[in-house]
Design a protein around this ligand. Structure first.
Ligand code: 4AD
Ligand code: MG
Length: 481
């Protein structure tokens, strides 16, 4: 008999009522030795299977334990109990895979509330919980929304390399990739490791951004985006950083910084709206979950809006746009500053810390903020220098609860300016010859940005630790699974 998915029975039950159906799934709970809650991953909800004792042997029922996988045949009927519209009258049941209660006891399959830390240690099993089922369904939907947004607007998806010889962000936070024998590497005359003998004949690392290659593609295809894994060896063990994360990087020829801000805002709103419209059940579950979590915090640390409210808020309200210089003035004039409540200094030229960003988003403006025109010294070499010669056409989008969700800029398209920026930032021009050459051959203004996909998923699920929105997080000292 052909298996039918539980989502089909729960959502279109009236099409199947009175028929014998086959369902397969994992036992979430078995109550009174009679009522099985079965989940097959096709949706959040479980279907109830009610045991018909005349047809099902006692010895089989003993093996129906939480976590076990089973196959059930029976008639779909209107449920007599409350809480569900339909249920299956199980007349035939077989165990596919046993789960012994002693083994289940030690795991997150045990049906009770588990800490997120414990769930993370069991990333191999957490997909079977309601919370992570909801998170990863939303993650999927968000990635689909990303592709749909760009495809509908005529962008080309470009697969930029994961192995590169460049440090696009100039931050030096790269994982080296090498096939040299690290106990006895070949050395050059200076006694340094001779990477010309390495696999690629040069030093190669895992990419920190696909931007530079995306720029090349945009300067021919016009509108492109990347969506791929990105690696940063920054040793920051925070709730917002991963060593391996996914980034979306659109790049558009002929766009300036303002066009770039408009694209970012449309894009973020689109993704939010898509999830509101397509993940109602998951959002409702996570909304209740985060409300419970918020209730345990002190009053002044609670979010003002619930999860669904905060996503709606982003869709319905314009983002606040202001320059870095204006942001510094705002911070200096704040009561918070005057009462010396910021830990880090506030003055023109410093990099904003997350306490400053959070203050602007959560206390001052109460909405997403786009900050632009940062001091050149604190931003990457490729950002276009403004007429004041002090700032660059950069932008960061700051979101409530998440902080920086997007970083981008208009790119420096003038060869001479770009060359002197390379010198200033100690970037070997020989290594970027291909990048520089595009500025000699029909250069045009262009702009783009990078969105950290996990930061978006954090916002859409209300999860406060980035490790809980990627299936298998990689962070310092942690690469299990
Ligand atoms: O601001 P970043 O470093 O910008 C770039 O990489 C540019 N090349 C993007 C571009 O203009 N095409 O990173 C972009 C975004 C950040 O705003 C943040 O959301 C995310 O990537 N991000 C991280 N997410 C998780 N873990 C990390 N370690 C991250 N580092 C950056
Ligand atoms: Mg940034």
């Amino acid at each position: 008999m052909k298996r039918i998915e539980i989502t089909e029975l729960l959502n279109n039950g009236s099409d199947h009522i009175g028929k014998i159906v086959n369902i397969k799934g994992w036992v979430r709970a078995f109550r009174s030795n009679r009522f099985i809650q079965l989940n097959d991953g096709s949706c959040m909800g479980n279907i109830q299977a009610v045991i018909d004792f005349e047809n099902i042997d006692e010895s089989i029922l003993k093996r129906v334990t939480t976590g076990a996988s089973i196959s059930v045949n029976g008639e779909l009927v209107a449920s007599q109990g409350s809480g569900q519209a339909f249920e299956v009258q199980a007349t035939d049941l077989s165990v596919i895979g046993d789960a012994h209660p002693d083994d289940v006891q030690k795991t997150v399959l045990q049906p009770k509330r588990h800490s997120l830390d414990f769930l993370r240690e069991q990333s191999h099993l957490r997909f079977r919980t309601n919370t992570f089922g909801a998170i990863f369904r939303i993650r999927h939907a968000a990635s689909f929304a990303v592709h749909k947004f760009f495809n509908d607007r005529g962008f080309n998806y470009i697969h930029t390399p994961i192995l590169t010889g460049t440090d696009a962000e100039g931050a030096g936070e790269m994982f080296r990739v090498s096939t040299l024998d690290h106990k006895q590497p070949p050395l050059d005359e200076k006694g340094e490791v001779d990477y010309s003998k390495d696999f690629f004949g040069k030093q190669v690392n895992l990419t920190v951004s696909g931007q530079l290659e995306a720029e090349l593609a945009a300067l021919g295809l016009g509108k492109v985006y990347t969506f791929g894994p990105t690696f940063r060896a920054e040793n920051s063990n925070t709730s917002r950083h991963l060593a391996e994360f996914w980034m979306i990087e659109p790049e558009v020829a002929f766009n300036d910084l303002n066009d770039n801000m408009d694209l970012t805002e449309d894009f973020l709103k689109y993704c939010c709206k898509y999830i509101l419209e397509n993940c109602e059940e998951e959002l409702k579950f996570l909304d209740e979950r985060s409300a419970k979590e918020q209730a345990q915090k002190p009053q002044n640390e609670r979010n003002k809006l619930g999860l669904i409210e905060s996503i709606n808020f982003v869709v319905d309200n314009p983002f606040k746009r202001l320059s870095y210089t204006e942001a510094i003035t705002t911070l200096l004039n704040s009561k918070h500053y005057k009462k010396k409540k910021f830990q880090f200094p506030v003055e023109w030229g410093v990099d904003l810390q997350s306490e400053h960003e959070r203050y602007l988003v959560e206390k001052e403006f109460n909405c997403p903020v786009i900050l632009s025109d940062y001091p050149a010294k604190i931003k990457a070499f490729y950002m276009r220098v403004n007429d004041d010669n002090k700032t660059v056409a950069a932008m960061d989008v700051l979101f409530p609860g998440v902080g920086e969700i997007v970083g981008g800029s208009q790119r420096e398209e003038r060869l001479d300016v770009l060359q002197s920026k390379c010198e200033e930032f100690n970037i070997e021009k020989d290594e970027l010859w291909w990048y520089l050459e595009t500025r000699k051959l029909g250069t045009v203004p262009h702009a783009g940005f990078g969105m950290g996909f996990e930061r978006l998923v954090m916002f859409l699920t209300g999860m406060s630790n980035i490790r809980d929105v990627i299936p298998f997080p990689r962070t310092p000292d942690n690469a299990e699974f």
